[in-house]
Design a protein around this ligand. Structure first.
Ligand code: HXC
Length: 257
């Protein structure tokens, strides 16, 4: 596909989407979100791809929804067109998606990062939900995913003051999984993605789905869900191969089935 606001590339079994509206700090226009969702969907459906990365530029992962596009919207423009509904698809990919964040991840940018399975941050990353400064609130999960990630006290602080959080505070708070020097960000993200892509796809899909259940259900139901999927993995070729390889003291060669 021909894209105007993103770049796509593959690195082995890793599909990489780079948000690319540098003059607007990767502000998330409707076109950009369309293209992002399309590119992720294509990687998700591609049997040669095992993991995806979304990244931005040195200065900004994304500075939020495009304010110029939404400034004059009426209630009916927003409600009638179900403004932002398309964005949710970023969080519905079956294969893992890593956000590699440097610079600003604000508003919708922070929300897109939180839709990913985990965030690897450069030490230059800054996270925030500054919508309150614009007379609105987060609109694609910011109040929900941020609260689940960092707890009520910090989520309230971020959403009500609109302040930014450094990479260091974000890691300490549980928003990001790792912080690395900016120069090493893409290497680190690609290494993590390649590791995931080298694992058995059935168990990767099962692990992602099971962790995500934790956010949707009770502990006993979540554990029941996990146990059923765990049992089911004994029907895969990869379970036989993975365990045989351990017993035979060799590296497994997964067939992804
Ligand atoms: C449109 C944006 C933008 C945005 C930056 N730009 N953010 N355009 N939408 N969200 C544009 C600027 O207008 C400017 O264009 C260019 O990018 C560079 O930005 P500067 O402000 O000149 O850069 P700097 O001084 O370094 O400040 C960086 C910044 C600031 C602190 C990130 O740009 C900023 O506060 N941006 C808005 C952040 C924000 O409020 N995001 C939340 C959006 S609401 P020109 O043409 O002047 O050079 C949102 C919620 C929606 O996301 C609901 C859920 C999606």
């Amino acid at each position: 596909a021909e894209y105007e606001t993103i770049l796509t590339e593959t690195d082995g079994a890793v599909g990489i989407v780079t948000l690319n509206r540098p003059k607007a700090l990767n502000a998330l226009s409707a076109q950009l979100v369309d293209e992002l969702v399309d590119a992720l969907g294509a990687f998700d459906a591609d049997p040669a791809i095992g993991c995806m990365i979304i990244t931005g530029s040195e200065k900004a992962f994304a500075a939020g929804a495009d304010i110029t596009e939404m400034a004059t919207k009426s209630f009916w423009d927003a409600f009638g067109d179900d403004f932002l509904a398309k964005w949710d698809r970023v969080g519905t990919m079956r294969k893992p998606v890593i956000a590699a964040v440097q610079g600003f991840a604000l508003g919708g940018g922070c929300e897109i990062a939180m839709m990913c399975d985990f965030i690897i941050a450069a030490d230059t990353a800054k996270f925030g939900q500054p919508e309150i400064n614009l007379g609105v609130i987060p609109g694609v999960g910011g109040t929900q995913r941020l609260t689940r990630a960092i707890g009520k006290a910090k989520a309230m602080d971020m959403v009500l003051t609109g302040r930014m959080m450094s990479a260091e505070e974000a890691e300490r708070s549980g928003l990001v999984s790792r912080v690395v020097p900016a120069a090493e960000l893409m290497d680190e993200a690609k290494k993590a993605a390649a590791t995931i892509a080298s694992r058995s796809l059935p168990s990767v899909l099962a692990g992602k789905e099971s962790v995500n259940r934790a956010f949707e259900t009770t502990l006993s139901e979540g554990c029941r869900f996990e146990r059923r999927i765990f049992h089911g993995l004994f029907a895969t070729d990869d379970q036989k191969e993975g365990m045989a390889a351990f017993v035979e003291k060799r590296k497994p060669s997964f067939r992804n089935r």
